[in-house]
Design a protein around this ligand. Sequence first.
Ligand code: GLU
Length: 504
Amino acid sequence: MSEIRVRFAPSPTGQLHVGSLRTALYNYLFAKKYDGTFILRIEDTDQNRLVPGAVESLIRMLDTIGIHHDEGVFIENGVLAQKGGYGPYAQSERLPTYREYAQKLIASEKAYYCFCSVSRLAALREEQNKNKLAPKYDKYCLGLSHEEIEERLAENEPYVIRLNVDENHGDIVFDDLVRGEVTIHARDIDDQVLMKSDGFPTYHLAVVVDDYLMHISHVIRGEEWISSTPKHILLHEALEFPLPKFAHIPLLLNPDKSKLSKRQGDVAVEDYLSKGYLKEALVNFVALLGWNPGAGSTQEIFTLDELVEKFDLSSVHKAGAVFDLKKLDWMNTEYIKKLALDDLYERGLPFLSEKEFFKEWVGRQNMLSEEEKMAFVKRVLKIEQDRLTKLSDIGENNPFFFASDIAYEKTLLNWKQNTVIQTKEALESAQETLSSLTDADWEYKEVVEKILMDKAGDKKGDFLWPLRVALTGAQHSPSPFDVAWVLGKEESLERLKSALQKLS
Ligand code: GLU
């Protein structure tokens, strides 16, 4: 294969969408797999749709996620910068180039000036609508004489430049690396506007010129662009550019199979990160939206390096890919399970710090050093780690870890039909056992567990249930050993004392 050069070419109209993340990721994986170059080009020619700060936010998000580009627009020392031998990489900085190519097309009669007014175009569309015809420009201005065109240009009449689609061109056939052979008849293609009256190119002209000048070998993009591809092929032919290879990746769908939309859930990558999905899980999940390593493999968890190794365009699916939040939740749980405790702490603390219950807990812990507070949170995390779906769930399912006062019905302390007397005895015995534990015993969860289990003997429920309820106030919770270990000796004994007070 000759040199692989691919590009991710977002329009800076808002936050990075999960669909765009997948496009960027597939381009990245393909480039890395074949030692190619991954380019970030900013397609900002539609001035009405630009959102201030969107370019910076797109670049930051790709960096955060870990999909790094080799060439194009970057942020350096806080400001936008460009790197690479084929810049500028922001289309709004390339206007003279597009004008030059538009003029070439005019000169070779592959494109023409069109002076039609908005009202004429609207009337034409209405007429076509009435006759149930697809909307299409009627080439009226192609009939203008050279002199008339010169005159109208000299008078500064507003104009656009249109592609002159030859109706006799015959079928446009291309071999899509995902979809296979795609055929479209030229007579179904409109005389696409290439240059707008504001002097900016349309997407179609800019994308073809740039893909050529930036030596793009493979155009990998969302399926929504497949209907534009025949126009791009005609433009390549008109400009005598060699064709890149095309790969259109499947649409992302809601579970009801409609096109993925904001109305049915979050679509911005940022939203998922701020909900506590790990970037690694998100990348893994997004990679599998429309791709898997192929026959015989059931592997679902992949590192970025494994994805680079296994990914190929030939195993990208044709059918739309359903964005299944349940699967993302499952994957995130798996990724959280695998984090080292210190890493989980680093990533989880910002989420926990937002919670009122945690802020209140911190407020009450003025006796604890920062290290002691950190050690407590890490113990909570050790217990919760395997059951967390998202980082934002930390502490949510076990409020008794951070609460100062746990409220519960005293009858909850009784194991099955046990009497209050039996419950009291069990709690007193637990009190005695926990009091006898040394600080060294308390270091290890397993030691606390063994001592309490030995004490419980064959009366597990009778002993452990009241202890667990006294510590948690909850019907369901992690085991009493785990909770006692997290809370520490002093707090555990405090809670046992107040349970006994409830019963007296
Ligand atoms: N600027 C287009 C977008 O916003 C890119 C289409 C393409 O990759 O050709 O998605």
